[in-house]
Design a binder for this molecule. Sequence first.
Ligand SMILES: C[S@@+](CC[C@H](N)C(=O)[O-])C[C@H]1O[C@@H](n2cnc3c(N)ncnc32)[C@H](O)[C@@H]1O
Length: 305
Amino acid sequence: MENPSWVSGEALWEWRRVACQQVSACAVNPQEAGAYLRELDWMLMAVAEVDRLALRLESYRNRPAINVERSLADLSTLWQRRLQEKVPLQYLLGRTTWRDFTLAVAPGVLIPRPETELLVDLAIAAAATMAVEPSHWADLGTGSGAIALALARSFPQAIVHAVDASASALTIAKQNAEQLGLADRVLFYRGSWLEPLESLQGKLTGIASNPPYIPSALVPALQPEVARHEPHLALDGGTDGLEFLRVIAERAPQFLQSGGVLLLEMMAGQAEAVADILKQSGCYCNIQIHCDLAGIQRFAEAYRI
Ligand SMILES: C[S@@+](CC[C@H](N)C(=O)[O-])C[C@H]1O[C@@H](n2cnc3c(N)ncnc32)[C@H](O)[C@@H]1O
């Protein structure tokens, strides 16, 4: 915990009571209120030594002292920014959990989504079927470094090459690599997609990418947490949303070794078009589409012939 301070259980209970009242005053419907209340408890569990059961039963109220990483006044400011300005909680706290680790995040970087965890599972499954040990992987559009770092943790012998066009994203990604002790095996490059990796042509075991795929016209209409606070460079996939999926699918064959795998995340409704792009290239075999946990087609997998 950073700069922990002690508050009484009673003071924390009172703080939460007021925060709940603020939710009732500002939520537009019961669903939104429920979502805010879940986030409120999630925030408290992240910053204070309280667990879900204690919050639900309010048993923490009797504790003489609870370790909290911020003052209650600071927490009130954060909670107001969450409710009034719709700033995502992960930005307010400066971190998020993803797979089995914690990542620093800040407004210059996309907050990694839970469904993207599945892209890493697909990479692990793909690597298990390959004759060669994973040696060089690439994560294109690395953002916080989430995918690259998860690949490095899963493939202890591999070097992961993580590319992003955004300097602020790379600053945070490097910080995350240091924090996780992976800075020696995750190499960062600033540039566009595969451009900085010229020297790795024909050498990559796998390429994973969660590129921006939202059609430009839809970006302003996304929920305010996303449209107002997350970087549009991480969201906007051009007129049809497929601009970067196309670039990556077309350029990847030059960089993959024979039998190497390309794994792409995409938006609901794009699977057919992405499968077509991969087929049209003529460089891939065993093209498959995978669903997320909601049963929506969100990932493409293809192997370099
Ligand atoms: C949807 S975000 C994915 C971030 C991260 N991989 C994740 O899954 O949480 C897309 C990322 O692509 C980056 N990006 C946008 N255009 C790019 C380009 N031309 N070349 C490389 N990266 C780019 C953005 O800065 C952003 O970090």
